[in-house]
Design a protein. Sequence first.
Length: 399
Amino acid sequence: MNSNVAPMRTFGDFFHFFIQELKPRGPWITPFNVISIPVILTGVVILVYRFIYGLGSVTNLTQDTPWGLWMGFDVVTGVALAGGAYVITFVVYVIKVEKYHSIVRATVLNGFLAYCFYGGALLIDLGRPWNAPNPYIGNSFGFSSVLFLICWHFLLYMVAEFLEFSPVIAEWLHLEKARKFLKSLTLVTVVLGITLSMLHQSGLGALFLMAQPKIHPLWWSSFIPILFFVSSIYAGLAMIIVEGTISHSVFRKLIAPNSHHSFDEIIFGLGKGAAIVMFVYYFFKALLFIHDKQWEMINDVWGYWYLLEVIGFVLVPALMFAFGFKHRSLNIIKTAAVMALLGIVLNRLNVSVIAFNWYADVHYYPSWQEIVVTLMVIFSELWVFRWFVTRMPVLNSKH
């Protein structure tokens, strides 16, 4: 991509090149643009109103329910969905499975943008966003707090992901020496990123250890950090399948023809891995359910809701992944991936929002403004992802 562009030697060359890259490409009237642009503009208006008049003006949050959709989905769920980056880099660079090398760049980009936008969404949710640096410096939290560790893991992992993706930027700018130098750092940044992400995924679950009295017993466990970490693995694999399938359809012209067939084989491998991890996760959940003697808790609405999550969106898609891999069915694996992602969303929302303060007389429901802003965050990330993919060698590269 951009193979005919001469290397840039001056700032003027770079400025001219960058301005050209900012120009829109392709038709403006597309289904995605028609849907996303009004949502993004509406979301911006809502945010302006929110920062002028406060959270209470656009959300249904209260002092008793300070966490809602923005925290539960944008942050707690979004971090799990971004897990594919550390999983696939571990597979490619640590255990040397070259089969998946072609999807590393897109997966790392998706993970990096997810963290950027979910971190931004966290600022939206804070009543006093100017106090956001406090956890990083230990102010009012202390250096031994879980939040202090999570914030630093979050920040350092974003830096690691940026460094992992930086060779793509250097290649786009035709800076060959910089590309080679940044490429030489790949293994170090990958190992650092994997370590930080493991700590971050489990640390996010550790936040809820302190909320035992507020979370329904079916969703609270002293092993919730392990459950968050394990579920982030199959969430990442499922996200790669869904995101990769969409990318291979939308950006078909940017991908070499032979890559489409190889991606089918990649999907089968990802489906197999997801099946194994989901069965491990289901085993953990079943073991905890039996050990904690929670049989009597499944005889009410909360119990039925729990069974829907664990059986309908964990066990069933796990079986579908295994069946799809054995019988070589791409459609079954792709369907299972969608169901697995819905299960992750359901689980994270149950822990952080739905089953949080489950005993309260008045339950929280997101306002339409909260839903629009969440959609705005998702659409904005997709716009930026599209910009990167259509300009940089993300889906097709010589290196």
